[in-house]
Ligand binder design. Structure first.
Ligand SMILES: Nc1ccn([C@@H]2O[C@H](COP(=O)(O)O)[C@@H](O)[C@H]2O)c(=O)n1
Ligand code: CDI
Length: 163
């Protein structure tokens, strides 16, 4: 088995939808970015790529490439899973820590787990998402951005996709 680490952060702005873990969350703000700016999905993708030393998401989905403007990050995640499988591995499990002062994410976690699990081809039990505030400290605490950290385990061999 191999393990990888991912991190992403996006700036909070008005006038953009808030998409986290593939879920559109009703909020008076969203995250700035070239894609849908889904920090949770991005952190997971970087963790998966890192587990196999396959580079980072910016290498595979360049932020200056118009193909990825407004991209659905869970679609990009499916492409990352295909890369993992081409390398002879399958996704084992992922664990995510989201750092956001607001909104309250706990009510959305079951749906995030379901959507991410579907994109990864694993069961919901293999996707863990946890949230914390930054206790009003720093840029996250001031509500300027949202960050996510992820670890991913990949296992040798193939598995029938659950999607
Ligand atoms: N955006 C967030 C942040 C936190 N939570 C939940 O609240 C709990 C307490 O957060 P603290 O930062 O005060 O430790 C945390 O364990 C989460 O369950 C949340 O839902 N959304
Ligand atoms: C997936 C991409 C594609 O533009 O999304 P962005 O919204 O630009 O987000 P970022 O985490 O800054 O960089 C990753 C990019 O590759």
């Amino acid at each position: 088995m191999r393990i990888g680490l991912g991190y992403d952060v996006h700036r909070i702005v008005e006038g953009r939808p808030l998409v986290l873990g593939g879920v559109h969350i009703d909020a008076p703000f969203g995250l700035d970015g070239h894609s849908d700016a889904d920090v949770i999905a991005h952190a997971i993708m970087d963790a998966l790529l890192g587990s196999l030393a396959l580079g980072d998401i910016g290498q595979h989905f360049p932020p200056n490439d118009e193909r990825f403007e407004g991209a659905d990050s869970l679609m990009l995640m499916r492409e990352v899973v295909a890369m993992v499988e081409r390398a002879g591995y399958r996704v084992g499990n992922v664990d995510v820590m989201v750092i956001a002062e607001r909104p309250k994410l706990l009510p959305h976690v079951p749906e995030m787990r379901r959507r991410i699990a579907e994109a990864l081809g694993v069961s919901d039990a293999d996707v863990s998402i946890k949230a914390t505030t930054n206790e009003r400290m720093g840029f996250i605490g001031r509500g300027e951005g949202i960050a996510a950290q992820a670890v991913a385990l990949v296992l040798p061999g193939e598995r029938g996709r659950a999607r």
